[in-house]
Design a protein around this ligand. Structure first.
Ligand SMILES: NC(=O)c1ccc[n+]([C@@H]2O[C@H](COP(=O)([O-])OP(=O)(O)OC[C@H]3O[C@@H](n4cnc5c(N)ncnc54)[C@H](OP(=O)(O)O)[C@@H]3O)[C@@H](O)[C@H]2O)c1
Length: 333
């Protein structure tokens, strides 16, 4: 069946990789972002890769009415949406006391409320039809805050709380509409070359770094199978487990190395650095899916494979135990 898929933050990074993956499946696409050049490039890219249809929406996800209008337009012209991926994000890299009240509000409006608005727009069309899949693009940081990213981490925690409430409501009233959150590790995207930062050196994702295609594979898998959560990459598992077992120890480890691990050795010039917090870096260039760390990015995740095959692996494990127990019982007789 040809799916209709809406993706927010679809012009660059993870969202662009998701758009490419669905284009290669021949899906009909709705792409949301603010910058005209990025959207136009994403549309060309998706058409070349085989998308059945592509509609672009130059919309800020912090504008609930505009997000709803985009959803209505997509539904009216091509149907659906069958899948809605909330991916758009912004951040500010700085200690909390250097982030202004307006910046905290903006990050919350884009990341958290943008996700809520996207979800409400999706539900408006999915609930009457009784089916659909909503995927929130989350992070290991939805469970574990790290230094220099308080506004971003808080917004991801908020999405996780919102999801738990909504999931229970849907299970009760609309079980055909599935809600998943995909917790990503560090991904090589343009984010780290246009995030607002007050740090002296170039921002980087905390290594190990994964290629955007790994994130896209996980997001498409979640939309297909509807798990409540999908943890991608060993670092995501480690962060979540570490936070449950020894949160205080993690606080001290992050205090010690959390500043350096989020910056390269290259100094940046604040006078020429352009960020995308209040508006897009719309410089006419196509920023694509990948960032500047391609040489360090892993293209596979064994932990994702395990997460995605959990039921099959559990069944195989149970079968092995049962066979071993039967063999043991026979030998005793
Ligand atoms: N990269 C990582 O290491 C990492 C790790 C864990 C989780 N994630 C998650 O992955 C998702 C994508 O991150 P990314 O690294 O791919 O980001 P990115 O490279 O900065 O791309 C962000 C995308 O969102 C769009 N966008 C930003 N603000 C928007 C707004 N207000 N309204 C509409 N579109 C907006 C951008 O286009 P315009 O600027 O043109 O609007 C762009 O298409 C996020 O949810 C993030 O939390 C990323």
């Amino acid at each position: 069946m040809t799916q209709t898929v809406m993706i927010t933050g679809a012009s660059a990074g993870v969202g662009r990789a998701v758009a490419r993956a669905y284009a290669e499946r021949g899906a009909r696409l709705g792409l949301i972002a603010r910058g005209a050049a990025g959207l136009a490039a994403a549309e060309r890219d998706c058409r070349q890769r085989g998308a059945a249809d592509v509609r672009t929406y130059q919309v800020d996800v912090a504008d609930a009415g505009a997000v709803q209008q985009a959803a209505d337009d997509l539904a009216h012209h091509v149907g659906g949406p069958d899948v809605w991926v909330n991916d758009a994000m912004v951040s500010v890299f700085a200690p909390a006391w250097e982030i202004t009240a307006a910046e905290f509000r903006r990050v919350t409006e884009v990341n958290y409320l943008g996700t809520v608005y996207g979800t409400l727009a999706a539900l408006h069309h999915m609930r009457p039809r009784g089916h659909g899949a909503i995927v929130q693009v989350g992070s290991a940081l939805a469970y574990r805050g790290i230094p220099l990213q308080s506004a971003y981490c808080a917004s991801k925690h908020a999405i996780q709380g919102f999801n738990d409430s909504l999931r229970a409501e849907l299970l009760r009233e609309n079980p055909g509409v599935r809600l998943s959150m995909v917790q990503l590790p560090a991904v090589n995207t343009p984010q780290f070359s246009w995030v607002r930062t007050r740090l002296p050196r170039h921002p980087q994702p905390v290594p190990p770094i994964f290629a955007p295609e790994v994130a896209a594979r996980a997001i498409c898998w979640a939309a297909d199978h509807g798990p409540r959560e999908l943890n991608v990459g060993g670092p995501t598992w480690k962060a979540r487990l570490g936070n449950v077992l020894a949160p205080g120890l993690l606080d001290r480890k992050l205090a010690h190395d959390g500043y350096d691990s989020q910056q390269t050795d290259t100094p940046i010039d604040p006078a020429t650095w352009r960020d995308n917090l209040d508006g897009p870096v719309d410089d006419g260039a196509d920023h694509g899916a990948e960032g500047v760390f391609a040489d360090r990015a892993r293209t596979r995740s064994a932990a994702l494979w395990v997460s995605a095959h959990k039921p099959a692996l559990s069944a195989a494990g149970l079968l092995t135990v049962a066979l071993a127990a039967t063999g043991l019982a026979r030998r005793r007789r």
